[in-house]
Design a protein around this ligand. Structure first.
Ligand code: PLP
Length: 411
């Protein structure tokens, strides 16, 4: 029998969404008349923007004719998409990037996971707690997590607790770390990082030779003009940071799949011999060996989000979800709950009422209001006592959820 990667055996069962799913199904089976509203999983619900759909139709027609048919895409993305990214997502914010610093992919989930492969197995990884669960699992799979204790904490990971006590801002680690996952706007807490806070992280990474893995999948949701959308808005970031972006939550591409990763030329790691090595070159090599690029039709669809019509439609989509976020935030506050996030992010992070645990609050909301959310404890130990709702539902369902929480939730 072939030897397996034993690190996979250290993964904790993907308990969170299977357990919320199980409890929801059981409740529904016992109460078939209950109309459940699902504001748990972070998937979008609105259709793709019209500009995206017509670009896809046109691209499909091109694929039908010999003279316009395209085969394998360029490994790091078609020029028309890469140029639009550079011009709009970065150029308009005064950030200069070159085409060979952008690598188009099928998702920020794959990129934030696969990126660890180009770093040494001994790298120490820092993660916020609570955290987007995929960062933790890829760290375990890659053998960088060590062993878990009874509470599920791995002994080689440096955890950065984020709770109301520190305003959901991770503290700079007091130990050496090599790879730091930062996600802003944050899933699950909805928190953002100020320019000053981000600068502190960049200075720390520069001093310690660490690399920041900056997941900006939700940057389009930032409303506060003072909050940076890209880590490259901050001086020094090009030497220490990789940025991940996605069309998933911006333009509804969760099922269409397109994203990109920025790896600046200045960013370097070191070999076992202590020689500097370009991280950009390693990532391009990794992607061109293991990934054959995003479909032409999908890249045309993504590029359509940068046309003037596309931009208006994407803005309308994000505005729609942010209005849901406002409805949830104000409604839950009116219901007497303490809430965080939802101002610059599509996530609302609720303090559970009456000192209930995250899972007890999940059950209470399910049983009394027929609303399904996600227990904060599922995102890490520091998520205990919190609960996540998403703004990605339909308007009527969001309003109805707020009404029910206001009227039915016994305080
Ligand atoms: N990063 C974060 C923080 C997310 O919350 C998600 C999806 O929920 C992703 C990445 C996944 O993005 P993609 O659909 O591009 O793989």
């Amino acid at each position: 029998m072939a030897r397996i990667n034993d690190h996979y055996l250290k993964l904790r069962a993907s308990y969170l969404f299977s357990e919320t799913g199980r409890r929801t199904r059981e409740y529904q089976a016992a109460h078939p008349d209950a109309k459940l509203i699902r504001l748990g999983i972070g998937d979008v619900t609105r259709p793709l923007p019209e500009a995206v759909i017509s670009a896809m139709h046109e691209a499909v027609d091109e694929m039908a004719k010999p003279e316009t048919f395209r085969g394998y895409p360029p490994e790091t993305g078609w020029d028309f998409l890469v140029d639009a990214i550079i011009r709009h997502d970065y150029g308009e914010r005064g950030i200069k990037l070159t085409a060979d610093e952008i690598v188009v992919s099928d998702g920020a989930k794959s990129d934030t996971g696969n990126i660890q492969e180009i770093f040494g197995p001994d790298c120490i990884v820092a993660l916020s707690d609570p955290v987007y669960p995929a960062y933790l699992d890829v760290t375990v799979m890659g053998g960088r997590a060590g062993n878990a204790d009874a509470g599920g904490r791995y002994d080689r990971i440096v955890y950065l607790p984020c709770t109301a006590e520190n305003n959901f801002q991770p503290r700079i680690p007091d130990r050496p770390v090599d790879l730091i996952f930062l996600c802003y706007p944050n899933n699950p807490t909805g928190a953002v990082l100020t320019r000053v806070a981000l600068k502190t992280w960049i200075d720390f990474a520069r001093e310690r030779g660490a690399v920041i893995l900056y997941d900006a999948a939700y940057e389009a949701y930032i409303r506060d003009a003072a909050i940076p959308h890209s880590i490259y808005e901050i001086e020094g970031a090009r030497e220490v940071a990789i940025e991940f972006r996605s069309f998933s939550k911006t333009a509804g591409f969760t099922g269409t799949r397109c994203a990109y990763t920025v790896v600046p030329k200045e960013l370097q790691g070191r070999s076992a011999a202590g020689e500097p090595v370009s991280i950009n070159a390693l990532w391009v090599r990794r992607q061109s060996t293991k990934f054959n690029g995003v479909a032409y039709v999908i890249q045309r669809a993504a590029a359509a989000t940068y046309t003037s019509e596309g931009r208006k439609q994407v803005t309308a989509l994000v505005d729609y979800y942010m209005e849901n976020a406002r409805i949830l935030r104000e409604g839950l506050e009116a219901a007497g709950l303490t809430v965080y996030g939802a101002r610059n992010a599509p996530y609302i992070w609720v303090k559970t009422s009456g000192r209930l645990s995250s899972w007890d609050f999940f059950d209470k909301l399910l049983h009394e209001a027929h609303v399904v959310g996600t227990p904060g404890a599922g995102f890490g130990p520091s998520g205990e006592g919190y609960f996540r709702l998403t703004a990605f539902g339909g308007r009527a369902a969001t309003e109805e959820a707020v009404d029910r929480i206001k009227t039915r939730l016994a305080r």
